[in-house]
Design a binder for this molecule. Structure first.
Ligand code: PBG
Length: 334
């Protein structure tokens, strides 16, 4: 498209900005509660809400409180909630068996939301880190600390099947092992879970913005080394497109770019290249930056929240995983 623009004063861009109705009329996109997936942290106990120091305004909730949160989210018009368990350190093992325990925290929370009859999609996380004594997303080889791929994929399949059996609508593999989307898809089909959707963390970067999340799920202390042999190099963009192509071909229904705010170029490229349902994760560190600055009075919290979320829509995202989901939905609902 050639920009053809008559010179000033025929063109005054300020005409369409002159009043709120004019601005509304020419606004290119919109942000709504239906754009959000709300990540919540689940912990053991009853009627408990435990603050997370590095994420002001976010807490770990006991299962009954998660059900209440899901009910609130549904009433705000948020279509999906995503569960992340905080696992008792005593349940972390080398073989990560708690990951596919039908009665683990994540599966109990999923069933509780289902049994309460709440009209909200439940998304669960596939990765071994909450259950791994080594804090990594996959099995760690003793000899050299390498995170092994194919053995991990077998465990991820078991984990995904236990989540589908508990009633998950969306399974989100966040582990970045090769081949896990195809393996999980095949297993879901074989077990009759035909309509369980896969939202692949396709382009997930080895990012320092995950720090507060690792505190929230209790993985910070356990983690040995980093995740650079399986998560992406922040310098790479073309590779993201190859990963998304691969995951779509293996049976992903939706794809994700993560983190979000520093990777909006990747969101745009993915959306333009594939036209698939595209999501971004505004991760814990991005949340902490905005919420922390707002708590100190350095930024207007409500405005930076909505501005940052609008940017995801402008970049081509169909939706955003964001810890701001309920606060933003409340504001948007007026
Ligand atoms: C790990 C996982 C991480 C996040 C979601 N799943 C952290 C990591 O890869 O170390 C990060 C989410 C956030 O920072 O909000 N499977």
């Amino acid at each position: 498209m050639q920009p053809v623009q008559a010179p000033f004063p025929a063109t005054r861009f300020r005409r369409t900005r002159a009043s709120a109705p004019m601005r509304a009329l020419v606004r290119e996109g919109s942000l709504a509660p239906s754009d959000f997936i709300w990540p919540v942290f689940v912990r053991d106990g009853d009627n408990l809400s435990e603050d997370i120091a590095s994420m002001p305004g976010v807490a770990r909730l006991s299962v009954d409180r998660v059900v209440a949160a899901a009910r609130e989210a549904a009433s705000l018009g948020i279509p999906a909630i995503c569960l992340f368990p905080y696992t008792d350190p005593a349940k972390k093992t080398k073989d990560c068996a708690e990951a596919w325990n039908p009665d683990n925290l994540s599966n109990r929370a999923t069933r509780a939301i289902r049994e309460a009859g709440i009209d909200i999609a439940v998304m669960t996380d596939v990765a071994l880190d909450p259950y791994n004594i080594d804090g990594q997303d996959g099995f760690v080889r003793d000899a050299d600390g390498y995170v092994v791929n194919d053995e991990t994929v077998e465990a991820l399949v078991r984990q995904a099947l236990s989540q589908a059996a508990a009633g998950a609508d969306i399974i989100g593999p966040s582990d970045m092992m090769d081949g896990r989307i195809g393996a999980i898809r095949a297993a879901l089909e074989a077990e009759g879970h035909r309509n369980v959707a896969l939202l692949s963390y396709a382009a997930k970067y080895a990012s320092a913005f995950y720090g507060p999340f690792r505190d929230a799920v209790g993985a910070s202390g356990a983690l040995k080394g980093d995740k650079t042999t399986y998560q992406m190099d922040p310098a790479n963009g073309d590779e993201a497109l190859r990963l998304v192509a691969r995951d779509l071909s293996e049976g992903a229904d939706m794809v994700m770019v993560k983190p979000g705010m520093a990777y909006l170029d990747i969101c745009r490229r993915v959306k333009d290249a594939f036209g698939a349902p595209t999501f971004a994760y505004q991760v814990s560190g991005e949340y902490a930056m905005l919420a922390g600055a707002a708590a100190n009075g350095w930024l207007d919290g409500d405005r930076v929240m909505l501005e940052s979320l609008t940017a995801f829509k402008r970049a081509g995202c169909d939706g955003v995983l964001t810890y701001f989901a309920p606060a933003a939905a409340r504001l948007l609902n007026g």
